[in-house]
Design a protein. Sequence first.
Length: 621
Amino acid sequence: MKQFAFALALLCLAGGAHAADVITQHNDNQRTGWNPAETVLTAAKVTSTGFGLLRTIALDDQVDAQPLVLANFTIGGSPRTVVYVATENDTVYAIDAATGTVLVKKNLGTPVPRTSFGGCNNGAIHAGITSTPVIDRAAGKLYVIVYSSSGSTVSYKLHALSLTTLADAVAPVTVAATHSLSDGTTYSFQASRMRQRAALLEANGNIYAAFTSFCDGFGNISRGMVLGWNASSLTPLGANELVDKLAPSSTNNFFLSTIWMSGNGLAASSGGNIFFATGNTKSGTYSSTNNLSESVVNLSSDLTTVKDFFTPSNVATLDAGDKDLNAGGVLLLPPQPGAVPNLATVLGKDGRLFLLNQQNLGKFTAGGPDKVVGTTTVGACWCAASYYKGPTGVGRVVTSATNRVLVWQVETSPTVKLVKLETMPAISTGQDPGFFTSVSSNGNISGSIIVWAVSRPTNTSPANVVLSAFNVANSALLFSATAGTWPNTTGNANIVPTVANGLVFVASFKQLAIFGPKTPGAAAVALLPAAATVASQAPVVGNEVSGWIDQINGNLLTLRKRDGTKVTVDDTAAVAAFQAGALLGMEEAVTAIGTYDAQGVLDATTIVRAKDDRNLWPPDQ
C-alpha cells in the first residue's frame, strides 16, 4: 500500500548511499515519527561543537504544518534535497536545503481573519494552511488544503500542486459535504464553522482530511467529519463520516466530537482502514451508534462504515471536563511478535496512555473495566507518541507528556504491555503539557538512535522554542539550542522536527531553521531577528481581558486578573452565540473579548480558555 511501512522512499544515490524522503506528517501513515534511514546523525556527531544551526530562511507567516522533504529531487535542472513548507498565509515554499534558496513560492489565497471564526485565539492571527500537506512523489504532486476568504465568503479548497512548479496539476476542488442525522434531516458542512487541523493522509488511492471546530466554538454547528477524494482526479468519495449524528433537540444543541489531535494526522492500517481519535461533546450524549465522542475509531477506507471503536468507560466525565482523548493522535505500531501483533496507542488530556489491539479496539464497557490491552498513567498530553526499534530489535514507544521524554519497551510475552525503559532529562517547555518528538536512526544500530523534540514557549517574549536531542543509549541530552519563536502563545506550538539526510528542519513563526553537522571553525548562525517580533498579533475588536474565574453568578463571571484585581464579565452574548466554549468552571483560566459598558462590565462576545500560565496570556486591552 502506497506510503505504508514507514513511507520513507529509500532512494539509491551515487556511491551506494541512501537518502530518506519525509512525505507525510510524522514520517508515515502509521504516524511513527521514525526515520530509520539516517546514516549521518549519530550520538557521536550531534554535539554542541559538531552540530548546530546552519541557516535560517524567512517565511511570510506562522507555520503549523510539519516541513516535508524530498531527497535527490530535481528542480531547476539539478537534483537536490528540497524542503516544502506551508504557512498560515496560504503560501507554499519549495526550498533548497543545502543553500536555503527559495526555489519556488506559491500563494494560494487570502487567509481567513480571526474575527470570521468567532475570535478563536488558539492558532495563528488568522487561518490559512494549518494542516500538514502530503506528497506523492511518484505522481509528482503535493496535496494541501487551503482556507481562504474572498470578501465575506470563506472556503476550504483541496489543491494538488506540481512538486516542481507549485502550480495546480489538477483543478482544485471546494470542500463540501452533507450527511444524514439521526432523525433523517441533513447536516451540511459549513466552512465558516469548521477547522481543518489534522494532517492530510494519502492511502488507498485517496486523500483524506478530518475536521474540527474553532476553540469548541459554534458547538451548535461544528461536528467532527472525515472526508475523502480520489487522489488522481480530486473527485469526492461517495461517502463521508460524521462523528456526531445526533439531531438538534430541546435538550441538546451542542455537538462537536471533533477530530483535531493537536495536528497529528489520520492513520492508516496495513489493510487500508482509517484510524483517528475524537474529542468532547455535551456530557451525557455519548452514543456508540450516533455520537462517538472521546473515542478511537476504525473507519473503512470508503468512509461508509465504523468497523470498530474504543471509548473509555468514564466518557461522560471526560466530556464534562473537556478532557479530550484526542489531544494526542493515534499511533499504529508496526507488526509485533506474539499473540497481539497489531497494536495502537492513544494519549490525551486526562493523562492515560491506552495500549489497544487494532483488530479489537475494545468498544465501550459501561462502568468498566475498559477492554484494552493496557492502561498506564503518563500525564496530560497535547502531543503524539513516536515509535522505533531498539538495538535488540524490540519495539519502543516514545511519549512526551508534561516536560519529559519517556521511552517504553513493547513487551509481547508472557503478556503484552508497555514497560518504562528510559526517562530523559526534563526540558523547559510551556503552554499545554507535552510536545512533539521524532526519532532518527541507522536501522536499530546502537549509538545512532536519537529522539528529537521541540519545546513550547514559556513566555510571550521572546517566546523561544528549543530543539533538543537525546541519546537513547544512555538517556543523555546531546544537544539543545533555540530554534525559533512562537509569539502567538495562546495557541500551542505543535512543532514536529523533521529529520532527514543529516539535517533537522524546524518551522516556527516566520522562519525555517535548518540544523546539521557544522564545518570546523564555522561561525555560529543567528536566528532571524524578525522571528521574535510580537507586533503581528491580531488586533482585538473591542476589549480583551484574561483571568481565573473567581465567581459565577448566573451570566455574570468575576475574573481575577493576573495582577490580582477583579473584573466582571457578562457572558450572555457569548453563550447565546455558542462562543463560550463547552464549559466555564471555577478557577478556570479564560480570555474574554467584548466591550466594557458604562458600569465597567465587559459584555463578552467570545470567551475562550486561556493557558494555565499567566505569562502566556495576551495583554489586556
